[in-house]
Design a protein around this ligand. Structure first.
Ligand SMILES: CC(C)(COP(=O)(O)OP(=O)(O)OC[C@H]1O[C@@H](n2cnc3c(N)ncnc32)[C@H](O)[C@@H]1OP(=O)(O)O)[C@@H](O)C(=O)NCCC(=O)NCCS
Length: 174
């Protein structure tokens, strides 16, 4: 497996494959949370993130197998999000290696803490979210903020299909 930060000049074809992968996996992992169009992202948004140097991708045997967004929130905090691994290659360590890459990139940029965000339904258990909460805990992330999404992001409230909590996880980068 090879993981690399995409150069700003990345091909439109690669951008479209990342967009399709992210939307495909989020359709499952956020199933039941949103009404109407559930696309997580668009090719235009991914293009802008690639130009900002924020998209890392994993290739397995030359094939795009995963992606993650890495950004710097402030002088000391990095964040990863939009993490996606090809469903046909789940459990092979692609997600874990993408998280490791995001953490190392943030460390290299001088960050001392890493952050991620998670949306969870408040009144029922979503298996994908339950898996993520347990996995992030194993990776050393702890919840530092929990709020009603409709309070933190009121403009998103009308799009929700069910009440959701917005969780922020943090971890010290050793
Ligand atoms: C989250 C995601 C990227 C993980 O990708 P992956 O490549 O399958 O993950 P890995 O192979 O690196 O495994 C991650 C962990 O899950 C465990 N795991 C993997 N498959 C598993 C399975 N079928 N059952 C139980 N645990 C499993 C692994 O043991 C590993 O745990 P460890 O690091 O403690 O050993 C992938 O499931 C995905 O794309 N999900 C949908 C999008 C999403 O929810 N993104 C995150 C939004 S915050």
């Amino acid at each position: 497996m090879e993981i690399e930060l995409l150069p700003p000049s990345a091909d439109r074809a690669v951008i479209e494959r990342i967009t399709a992968l992210v939307n495909h996996v989020y359709a499952e992992s956020e199933k039941g949370l949103w009404q109407g169009n559930t696309d997580r992202t668009s090719a235009d948004e991914v293009t802008a993130l690639v130009r900002a140097g924020e998209i890392a991708v994993a290739f397995v045997d030359g094939d795009l197998a995963g992606s993650v967004r890495v950004q710097r929130l402030d002088d000391t905090t990095g964040e990863f999000g939009m993490l996606a691994a090809d469903p046909a290659r789940r459990g092979l360590g692609i997600g874990r290696e993408l998280v490791r890459f995001a953490e190392q990139a943030s460390r290299d940029a001088g960050c001392r803490e890493m952050q991620l965000e998670l949306l969870v339904p408040r009144e029922w258990t979503h298996p994908a979210k339950q898996f993520l909460a347990q996995w992030y805990d194993r990776l050393g992330y702890r919840v530092t903020h929990r709020a009603d999404l409709a309070v933190d992001y009121p403009h998103l409230a009308p799009s929700l299909a069910t009440p959701c909590d917005f969780l922020v996880y943090r971890k010290a980068l050793g």
